[in-house]
Design a protein around this ligand. Structure first.
Ligand SMILES: Nc1ncnc2c1ncn2[C@@H]1O[C@H](COP(=O)(O)OP(=O)(O)O)[C@@H](O)[C@H]1O
Ligand SMILES: [Mg+2]
Length: 272
């Protein structure tokens, strides 16, 4: 599904601020796989997503998505087959437009003056109802009036409506209160499972990283330092994961938020 070979990204090369953000990273993702990604601040996690999306071109290496070499393909073209969510619930939907108008855009029909058919509206209503956030009764409401959790759930629905080849989640529940974060995370696993999506999810929550999905990857210094799945992963605890991090990188995790969130705040039954 996704094959990344030896990608490099150096910011501000040749200056005092030179930063090797991706350091010869390779990764093969199977069709339908759900991978969680962890790593300290600055490890290169978001840069990896930017590279996959084409926010910038990589300096070296190749990215093949579903058999197509997209290494040099512009971001807006890749965006047609890649869904992406950010930490900030304000990104990903247009605040001045109604829920319905946002959905029309996400459905790929474009055009600000597009009007949905009764059938389409009914389809939107049904899908919104599945989010369990009461949005189905507020289709004419501007998105800017929604809470962070409602908006992130809507963005998730919009990002997955067109059945993307790849769904990239960059700490998409980190800005939400714990209860709402849990709800959005549950929705995420349900949608990913139902739509058989291939998904990469960056999370600061070590427990979620082990509980959700099929595989956990740890990044450090612009590369993957640990990659676990199957039986080995099932047996792994958060403590074990922290030990692996120390062993792989030769240092302690310096991300406070990540250490704090080693306390379990995700129910285990979220596994899909
Ligand atoms: N656009 C950019 N310009 C300069 N440096 C950047 C840019 N984007 C990221 N970096 C640097 O690259 C490194 C990796 O950043 P990032 O991928 O955002 O880390 P993470 O998401 O794992 O916290 C950091 O040192 C960051 O400061
Ligand atoms: Mg990041």
């Amino acid at each position: 599904m996704l094959e990344i070979r030896d990608i490099w990204k150096v910011f501000n090369p040749g200056t005092m601020d030179e930063k090797i953000a991706l350091n010869g990273l390779s990764l093969k993702v199977e069709d339908g796989e759900f991978i969680s990604i962890i790593g300290a601040n600055g490890a290169g996690k978001s840069t990896l997503f930017n590279a996959i999306c084409g926010t910038f071109l990589v300096d070296r290496g190749s990215i093949v998505l579903d058999g197509t070499d997209v290494t040099r393909v512009p971001e807006h073209i890749r965006a047609k087959v890649i869904g992406r969510l950010f930490q900030d619930p304000m990104k990903g939907s247009a605040p001045g437009m109604s829920i319905e108008e946002n959905l029309i855009l996400a459905a790929g029909r474009g055009g600000w003056l597009s009007i949905s058919s009764p059938d389409e509206r009914a389809g939107f209503r049904d899908r919104l109802a599945l989010l369990g956030m009461g949005l189905e009764d507020r289709m004419k409401a501007p998105v800017g009036l929604l809470s962070g959790g409602q908006r992130q759930a809507l963005t998730l629905m919009m990002a997955t409506m067109a059945h993307p080849k790849l769904l990239l989640l960059d700490e998409h529940t980190a800005a939400l209160d714990p209860g709402t974060a849990e709800k959005v995370l549950k929705l995420t696993t349900e949608i990913v499972a139902e739509e058989h999506l291939t998904c990469l999810m960056i999370t600061h929550n070590m427990q979620s990283a082990l509980d959700l999905g099929d595989r956990t990857i740890m990044m450090d210094g612009g590369n993957i330092v640990f990659d676990t799945r199957g039986e080995e992963r099932k047996m792994l605890t958060v403590e074990g994961l922290l030990d692996r991090f120390r062993a792989s990188s030769g240092k302690k995790l310096d991300n406070d938020r990540m250490l704090l969130s080693t306390v379990k705040d995700t129910p285990r039954n979220f596994k899909h």
